[in-house]
Ligand binder design. Structure first.
Ligand code: GDP
Ligand code: CO
Length: 397
């Protein structure tokens, strides 16, 4: 893969946020000696280097009642070396969709000889393991993991720790294009290859997010992303004193991080999870508040934003969904201790304009789960170990 080197890096305390880097070539050919200066502006990441990172990266697919053909398509796009975890919150009652997912996955893994795990978010063993390890923040009153993609993602971080992976990457199950999924994973691996710090995150920028109505229109920014990015950039600008538009990925559902970093961040529920990760990085390592971890402060926290070639085509859930996403994301910015008056006013103006709040109202305080680093991973592993093995989709190893 050939990819632009970061041309500009914004520094915010110990955080290094790289400007968007574009993918130039999906396949950059055989490994060979490079001409002098060939890689000044463009980095060639060799296949083997990519594979080394893929092996160490758990790819997590959160899913809830998605079409089976979509889920299978997504899985088929994930490079063979990556272990897969499907964390499902699909219905089990009327129609047992989870059972159908299991059958599909078993068949797929049988023929492709690959490793994948499938766990239901409401699995009582998972909930018990979380409770026993001391992380009961995402459990509901029935003692099971709460609904929500974010809750599934947090559980997946613990499972990646049990599997002793170094990286975790997320990919939604409602993606129509297996080729795009393939590219996301290559971008994750290339980002980690370029990282100089073990505390790194890679967020995907879509080249286009087409709208299909009559014909097809290759749109670049969704409304929610545009507004959330603007407010996120305002928070950085006011804090550093220099106006910036560096953040282009506040809502990047497609993103990956080193587990070292994943352990240090706090997680908001539902659609606020992605912006909250950035807020949590800025709070923990921006230098305004006390540093959240000495080692990470020393190495720095690196954020990569990589723009893919493939357009992002996924299930369109209409405009009601838009407000659902905007409010919680902006609430994480609004309620951050880093957020000053100017950015707060910006957030309120945007929310009023979108009719997401009334005049005089404030966005609700987000529900935030603390960093996973303090849990007792031995206890978690003990409680889930065998059960995880039995959740493997490759039955006849
Ligand atoms: P959008 O793409 O950001 O508009 O959000 P989606 O509604 O497409 O959700 C993103 C992904 O999360 C999809 O793959 C959903 O199937 C999945 N998802 C949604 N809710 C849940 C949930 O409660 N648990 C899990 N595990 N996945 C979920
Ligand atoms: Co989607």
């Amino acid at each position: 893969m050939r990819i632009e080197r970061p041309r500009y890096t914004e520094r915010f305390g110990a955080v290094r946020i790289n400007e968007v880097q574009k993918v130039l070539e999906l396949d950059s050919g055989r490994a060979k000696e490079m001409a002098p200066y060939e890689d000044i502006a463009v980095k060639k990441v060799e296949e083997d280097a990519i594979k080394n990172f893929e092996e160490k990266m758990l790819i997590v697919i959160p899913t809830k009642d998605e079409k089976l053909k979509l889920l299978e398509g997504v899985i088929s796009g994930i490079p063979h070396e990556c272990p897969i975890l499907v964390i499902s919150n699909s219905q089990r009652k009327r129609i047992d969709r989870f059972r159908m997912e299991k059958d599909t996955l078993n068949q797929y893994c049988h023929f492709t000889r690959r490793q994948a795990y499938l766990i239901h978010q409401k699995d009582p063993v998972l909930a018990r393991a979380l409770g026993e390890s001391g992380y009961d923040y995402i459990l509901d009153k029935d003692g099971l993991v709460r609904d929500g993609k974010a809750e599934g993602m947090i559980a997946a971080i613990f499972i990646a720790m049990v599997l002793k992976k170094d990286y975790i990457g997320f990919i939604d199950a409602d993606n129509f294009s297996p080729g795009a999924v393939w590219e996301y994973v290559k971008c994750y691996a290339s980002g980690f290859y370029m990282a100089r710090s073990p505390y790194a995150m890679v967020r995907i920028v879509w080249r286009y997010k087409p709208k299909i109505s009559e014909g097809i229109y290759f749109r670049k920014w969704g409304r929610v992303s545009e507004v959330t990015n603007r407010c996120m950039n305002s928070l950085i600008s006011v804090t550093t004193g220099f106006e910036t538009d560096i953040i282009k990925t506040s809502n990047a559902g497609e993103h990956a991080m080193s587990l070292k970093l994943a352990g240090l961040l706090s997680y908001a529920s539902r659609f606020a999870v992605e912006p909250q990760e950035l807020i949590s990085i800025f709070e923990g390592f921006g230098g305004v508040l006390p540093m959240a971890c000495k080692s990470a402060a020393k190495h720095g926290v690196e954020v990569f934003q990589i723009e893919t070639r493939s357009p992002h085509i996924h299930e369109d859930r209409g405009s009601e969904h838009l407000q659902d996403m905007l409010l919680p994301g902006l609430a994480t910015i609004y309620h951050s201790p880093l957020c000053e008056k100017e950015t707060k006013e910006k957030v309120l103006t945007e929310l009023l304009q979108q009719k997401a709040i009334g005049s005089g109202e404030e966005p609700p305080v987000p529900w935030i789960s603390p960093p996973p680093k303090n849990i007792d991973i031995q206890k978690f592993t003990k409680a889930i170990g065998e059960h995880l093995e039995s959740s493997s989709a490759l039955e006849d190893k």
